[in-house]
Design a binder for this molecule. Sequence first.
Ligand code: HPA
Ligand code: ZN
Length: 345
Amino acid sequence: MTAIADFITGLPKAELHLHIEGSLDPELAFDMAWRNGVQLGHPSIEALRAAYAFRNLQEFLDLYYQCMKVLRREQDFFDLTWAYLSKARDQGVRHAEIFFDPQAHTARGVTFDAVIEGIWAALRQAEAEWGLSSRLILCFLRHLDEASAFATLEESRPWRHCIAAVGLDSSEVGHPPSKFTRVFAKARAEGLPAVAHAGEEGPPAYVREALDLLQAVRIDHGNRALEDDDLVRRLVAAKIPLTVCPLSNLRLCVVDDLIHHPLKRMLDLGLMATVNSDDPAYFGGYVADNYLAVHKALGLGRGDLIRLARNSFEASFLDPAAKGRLMAEVDAYAAAWPVISPSGS
Ligand code: HPA
Ligand code: ZN
């Protein structure tokens, strides 16, 4: 590894945009298919990996929902989450805020309990063994209707002590945040803050709706907010974090080349951008791989990388004392590293 890759890997960081089902890699998918007697739509690991060529979000989602059918039992959700946390730990993740899509499982006859008990056990074990803290964010699938989201919110009631926030994901265009205003109002009244995917493929108006109607405290992706100067000023003034996912944006053709990725522009505009992996099994890299990719493509320097790591804790749901502690760790880590030459080697 180059010096800069070492620096990035060890940099203490939080991951705030990670779909646990999107960390299901082909090897684990085939293991689970075999042990659960489920047929995957592709004959081999190689054939499945070869299908990872997406022209847009929907093409990815079609495969994402197909592959997650191998997740059937509590143990599967434990193994999936444990595998993610192990990789995240190896990439310097000290805190992870993890999305899960209960409707994608309960619709297949898997119980809410099996899903959350498996995920939760792995989160607790990672915290006990490694000090890797976490939060869980229940996402509503926006291509489904409001009634299904309400039912899912209700189903989560026995597990509220495990759920830090609600989110909104899946097919964006045609499914604006306004479709879920009432569900998010109910969640908020019950103490659950909101985040929402917005501005990945959808227009800046969807980002506004996420803020105004869902009262989102964080925007997932947010790329297209940059098309609206007033909106950018608002996001900067309110310090609304954006959970940006560079390799996802590349693989889903949100950007045509990483050299055109807006992350550097976001930082220069004063936005609180963070770097995350989204669905790392599908998009070619975990969180440190994303940092390294934008370092290479956009020339993000040491100061930018440190700022991104600090932002990741600042933008988290951690309490102020934990944020302060982890940001101080970032600063101590950076201070202990010799200044890296511009070539990065
Ligand atoms: N966008 C929207 N929904 C998703 C994504 C994404 O990148 N990944 C998993 N669900
Ligand atoms: Zn996402």
